[in-house]
Ligand binder design. Structure first.
Ligand code: ADP
Ligand code: MG
Length: 342
């Protein structure tokens, strides 16, 4: 075969291979888009574990008619422009790939109405030839993305889909993560028309705390140690389980860096080190920690799923995190000892 350029469909499907592993990955991308569009109310409707339908409805800024088609194109984004912009990312998305990828492996309908316009429009892409059809539609302000029949044209991927129940568990986990990372957003999650989770918007610390309780459980919230510590422009705050917390799984370990859920080895190591020796064998801590630092100090352009980050000063971040967590644990055990004494 001579060398030739891949068709947009195939190129997008290759990209989709990296970001769209299962229905939950679609949910993640759509939620990130809604949050980047400054929505403060998001509704998620799932049918059959997301294999039949994933619909995300938001009340964000919306997309105008002339931009709908571009929104579905690969490497098209409203979030960055110049290469310098990559040095400080302020949004959850920036790669301009999610909608193009999703529409290459599913039947996607993107409907939107910006606040200032009185008519909405929808764009339909059926994952066949990347052709987009536009039609007018009456809509509330905001955006609705509907993704049907995921992997209908990629049988190899479809085979990896698990039972409806399993796929939905992954979706629930994704929604929890986003709900913890963006507490200011009200979220409703439905599965097969039944409300599974509903969290109101949290506008203050008290309400944020309620969200923690509603996602990690009342007993976690009751026992959790609160911490909040800053050094220069870096702040770490959140909730952690005390060393005598009874939990043997690793469920409920959440770390957010500037609002983005990450799985970072440096940070995980820092936390493990702080708990080290204090935790009985086989016990796992639970925590929700928010690390905030200047956008220029963290590189999120590491992996397509954006779960990994790189810090410009990893050592310093690690040691700060480890110290703050350790101090919180120590303080807690002092309080316990004193209360036993008294
Ligand atoms: P990225 O998020 O990396 O920019 P996407 O493919 O996810 O790439 O989205 C492409 C563009 O479509 C976004 O940059 C944004 O301008 C627009 N968009 C996508 N979803 C929404 C939404 N829910 N509300 C408003 N605009 C959206
Ligand atoms: Mg996006």
């Amino acid at each position: 075969m001579p060398i030739h350029k891949l068709s947009p469909l195939v190129a997008n499907q290759i990209a989709a291979g990296e970001v769209v592993e299962r229905p939950a990955s679609v949910v993640k991308e759509l939620l990130e888009n809604a949050i980047d569009a400054k929505a403060d109310r998001i509704q998620i409707d799932i049918e059959r574990g997301g294999t039949r339908l994933i619909r995300v409805t938001d009340n964000g800024e919306g997309i105008s008619r002339d931009e709908l088609e571009l929104a579905l194109a690969r490497h098209a984004t409203s979030k960055i422009e110049h290469s310098d912009d990559l040095k400080a990312i302020y949004t959850l998305g920036f790669r301009g790939e999610a909608l193009a990828s999703i529409s290459s492996v599913a039947k996607l309908k993107l409907s939107s109405r910006p606040q200032a316009q009185d008519m909405g429009w929808s764009a339909i892409a059926e994952g066949l030839d990347m052709q987009v059809k536009l039609q007018p539609q009456s809509l509330p302000a905001g955006t609705i993305v509907e993704v049907r029949d995921l992997f209908f044209n990629t049988p190899a991927r479809q085979k990896f889909l698990r039972a409806e129940r399993t796929e939905f568990v992954h979706i629930e986990e994704t929604v929890k993560r986003i709900a913890l990372g963006s507490p200011h957003v009200a979220i409703t999650l439905r599965h097969n028309s039944k409300v599974i989770k509903r969290v109101p918007a949290a506008h203050n610390h008290e309400q944020h705390q309620q969200r923690i309780g509603s996602i990690l459980g009342a007993s976690f919230l009751r026992e959790a140690i609160k911490l909040d510590s800053s050094i220069e422009s870096t702040r770490l705050y959140g909730w952690l389980s005390p060393v005598d917390w009874h939990q043997s799984s690793s469920l409920g370990q959440y770390v957010f860096v500037n609002g983005r859920a990450v799985r970072d080895r440096t940070l995980n190591h820092a936390i493990r080190q702080a708990y080290h020796d204090r935790l009985p064998a086989g016990r796992m801590p639970a925590y929700v920690l928010y690390l905030e630092l200047e956008a220029t100090q963290v590189d999120v352009n590491v992996h397509p799923t954006k779960h990994e980050v790189r810090f410009s000063n990893g050592r310093q971040v690690h040691d700060f995190m480890s110290r703050v967590v350790e101090e919180a644990l120590l303080e807690q055990s002092d309080i316990l000892e004193n209360s036993h004494d008294g």
